[in-house]
Design a binder for this molecule. Structure first.
Ligand code: FAD
Length: 437
């Protein structure tokens, strides 16, 4: 007979996507969960008027399914994207389907909406309390004590917990506290490229201005623009480019000239006036990658989501990987009867290397999206992959599909691709797009 499970008093720091999700899972297991979020309640005050969508795929979907939210998110608010629509400079379009064999899609989902329904789902558990406007100031990772400040009243509160979950995003304070501990390794890298958001208006007759079932890409070698459909028939686009390029777009004339040269069809769809207004509303944002190890400290603290493995957004896996962290934590709690002395080290042991792998893959995919998708070698390899997957559906699953449409461990996705490269090299003697690992 297994030992009796103790009800834990858990403090989750960060009420973003991953923090709200892990709160649901821990509450479902019967633990007492206090969720602390620095911002006000986004269900009441959402300062951001623009739609920002994220691509949700298999790993994230499975986590939502476990708390009965998948159907609501996918079928009522998700927009299926079946492939990439490549916009070439001459205005011509090329479609690259993600999975022509099994017809899997990724889903564009509104970030704010998803965060709102996760917070509401968490709040439905009577063993959950959410504290908005509470910013973590300090924590003692040895004892589980935390210190917060209320953002509106400046009131300080000190609380105790059996477990601290740091879901406090890419600039995590919990991670910074772990860095001070011995044997904690952390690599933080900003890439030389940044991004600016632009938005595409609703088309005629309340329809999408371009295909609503694709992720649109304008690959231009060293930079690119992408656009995802929103459920209000707009698109949100991002121009990713070296900071040098973005900084040179410092006047409306320079910006419009750049778009006329590089994205003439994009400019026509957005409109000159709107582009200038959107573009100069904010400064270019940075892109950060974090690889650290371990993810836990003793039996009192764990980091998950971007706090543990922020990555560049080019594989659309940041949130999906964060949601998968929660699935893994839940599984390990089940295996170890919620014994934190066993659960936390086991979590680091399994997860750190996989998340190193997805951070690396995300970097690689930037090159694929902005450059390789236009190359004949890439298109040919995609064709070979499709034929082999069609012939051997169980044994030949291309890299994009293992990452996006399966729960294969991220490290194994890379090994699988390396094996496929060897086989296809022998078949075709075609080495120009082998992964550089
Ligand atoms: P966050 O969403 O950053 O949430 C952290 C929360 O912690 C915040 O609410 C914050 O207010 C709170 N917090 C921080 N500090 C404190 C503190 N001291 N005290 C209390 N609270 C605190 N991922 C995908 O899977 N698919 C995509 O298509 C995709 N596209 C992306 C596009 C872009 C341009 C970017 C930048 C990222 C994209 N991502 C995507 C990644 C995704 O946004 C993140 O991985 C995801 O938001 C991580 O969620 P999180 O809850 O770990 O962190």
């Amino acid at each position: 007979m297994g030992s009796e499970v103790r009800t834990l008093n858990v403090a989750v720091v960060g009420g973003g996507l991953v923090g709200a999700l892990v709160t649901c899972f821990l509450a479902k297991r019967g633990h007492r969960v206090n969720l602390y979020e620095y911002r006000p309640d986004i269900r009441v005050e959402n300062s951001r008027g623009v739609s920002i969508d994220l691509a949700l795929s298999a790993r994230g979907r499975e986590a939502l399914r476990a708390i009965d939210l998948e159907d609501l998110v996918i079928n009522h608010h998700g927009i299926a994207m079946k492939g990439r629509m490549i916009h070439l400079k001459d205005g011509s379009l090329k479609e690259i389907i993600y999975d022509s064999v099994n017809k899997n899609c990724i889903y564009s989902v509104n970030r704010t909406y998803l965060n709102q329904i996760l917070l509401s789902a968490a709040e439905k558990y009577e063993n959950v309390t959410i504290f908005f406007n509470h910013k973590l100031l300090d924590a003692d990772l040895d004892t589980g004590a935390l210190k917060f400040i209320h953002m509106q009243t400046d009131e300080i509160s000190n609380v105790e917990s059996d477990l601290i979950i740091g879901a406090d995003g890419a600039y995590s304070l919990i991670r910074r506290l772990m860095i001070k501990k011995p044997r904690f390794n952390c690599n933080q890298a900003y890439i030389d490229h940044g991004y600016v958001e632009v938005s595409y208006p609703i088309g005629k007759d309340n329809k999408y201005i371009m295909s609503g079932n694709h992720l649109h890409i304008w690959p231009r070698g060293n930079f690119m623009m992408i656009a995802l459909p929103n459920d209000d028939y707009t698109f949100t686009g991002n121009l990713f480019a070296p900071f040098k390029t973005l900084e040179a777009l410092n006047t409306p004339e320079n910006l419009l000239e750049f778009f006329r040269q590089e994205f003439p069809d994009g400019l026509r769809l957005i409109g000159e006036e709107k582009l200038v207004k959107d573009f100069f509303q904010t400064s270019p944002k940075t892109l950060l990658s974090i690889q650290c190890k371990p993810y836990h400290f003793g039996s009192k603290a764990l980091i998950i989501g971007d706090a543990a493995h922020a990555m560049v957004p080019f594989y659309a896996q940041g949130m999906n990987a964060g949601f998968e962290d929660v699935l893994l934590l839940d599984k390990l709690m089940e295996i170890h009867n919620d014994n934190l002395e066993k659960v936390l080290p086991h979590f680091s042991e399994i997860r750190c290397d996989d998340c190193y792998a997805i951070c690396d893959l995300a970097m690689y995919n930037y090159v694929e999206m902005r450059e390789l998708v236009t190359k004949k070698a890439f298109i040919f390899r995609k064709y070979i992959d499709t034929v082999l997957q069609w012939l051997f559906p169980k044994n030949w699953i291309p890299l994009y599909s293992t990452v996006t449409f399966s729960r294969m461990r991220y490290r194994d996705c890379i090994s699988n691709k390396a094996w496929q490269d060897k086989v296809s090299l022998n078949l075709t003697n075609f080495d120009s797009i082998a992964l550089q690992y």
